[in-house]
Write a protein that binds this ligand. Structure first.
Ligand SMILES: [Zn+2]
Ligand SMILES: [Zn+2]
Ligand SMILES: [Zn+2]
Length: 166
C-alpha cells in the first residue's frame, strides 16, 4: 500500500492539511499559481475520500460565490489533474485527491461500492506486467484504467459487527 487510509478511523483534517501544503510546494516548484479557485476546488475534492463529480464541485463553488461557470471549473480541474494533485476515477466520472502527488505515479484504485471511498494501491508489478503482455501482442500501452470494485475494510468490519449483534 502506498497510502493506508483506514477510512473511518483517521484524522482527515491532517489529510487535507498535508494535501494543501503539498499543493503549495509543488505549484511553487513548478512556477504555477495555486489561485483561489484552484485551491478551493482542491479543498472541496479533499473533503472526503469519496470522489467528487464536476457538477457537485460546480454547485459548491457557486454556493460560495466563486465564478463557477463550467469553463472556469473545468480549467481548475485540468490544472489540478496536470499537476498530479487529483486523479479522475473514470468509472465514477469523479475526482479524487491524491495523497502522494509529489511522486509520479498512475492512479490504480480500490473502490468500495458501499461507502464509495476510494483508495489508491501500489501497482508497480501490475503495471510492468501489463506493459509486457501488451508488448507481446505488439501493442504499445499508452494508458490504463485499473479500478477494482469491492468492500473496504471498515465496511467489512461494520457488516461483521452488525451481523454479530443481530
Ligand atoms: Zn483522510
Ligand atoms: Zn495518486
Ligand atoms: Zn466502504
Amino acid at each position: 500500500m502506498i497510502h493506508d487510509n483506514s477510512q473511518s478511523h483517521h484524522n482527515h483534517n491532517q489529510c487535507i492539511k498535508t494535501a494543501l501544503a503539498t499543493a503549495e510546494t509543488l505549484c511553487t516548484e513548478q512556477g504555477q499559481r495555486l489561485t483561489k479557485v484552484r485551491r478551493r476546488a482542491l479543498e472541496l475534492i479533499w473533503e472526503s475520500h469519496r470522489p467528487l463529480g464536476a457538477y457537485q464541485l460546480l454547485a459548491k463553488l457557486a454556493e460560495e460565490g466563486f465564478n463557477s461557470a463550467p469553463p472556469t471549473v473545468y480549467r481548475a480541474l485540468d490544472f489540478l489533474l496536470n499537476a498530479g494533485l487529483i486523479h479522475k476515477v473514470e468509472s465514477m466520472n469523479a475526482y479524487l485527491g491524491c495523497a502522494h502527488a509529489d511522486k509520479a505515479h498512475k492512479g490504480y484504485f480500490l473502490i468500495c461500492d458501499q461507502c464509495h471511498n476510494v483508495m489508491e494501491f501500489d501497482y508497480q508489478d501490475i503495471h510492468a506486467s501489463l506493459i509486457e503482455k501488451a508488448a507481446q501482442q505488439g501493442f504499445e500501452l499508452r494508458s490504463e484504467t485499473i479500478e477494482l470494485i469491492g468492500l473496504c475494510a471498515s465496511c467489512q468490519s461494520a457488516a461483521a459487527s452488525a451481523g454479530a449483534s443481530a
